[in-house]
Design a protein. Structure first.
Length: 65
């Protein structure tokens, strides 16, 4: 995955440009599977609101499927 490719997808899906969205983009970029993303020790994806999880799932479908 290319790091410059993840952040624009986050921003296009309603995420604000912030330290959090940059961290999320980095975790996604460095991960090789969805399980690795959700189990990340760098960011607690499971604590995100359902709406944010839904937006992330749309992005994951693009990058991992």
């Amino acid at each position: 995955m290319q790091s410059d490719g993840v952040l624009p997808w986050l921003l296009a899906n309603g995420w604000d440009y912030s330290d959090e969205s940059c961290l999320i983009a980095n975790v996604i970029d460095e991960s090789t599977s969805l399980d690795e993303v959700w189990d990340s020790e760098e960011f607690d994806f499971k604590a995100l609101p359902d709406e944010s999880k839904s937006k992330l799932n749309q992005i994951f479908e693009h990058f991992y499927l």
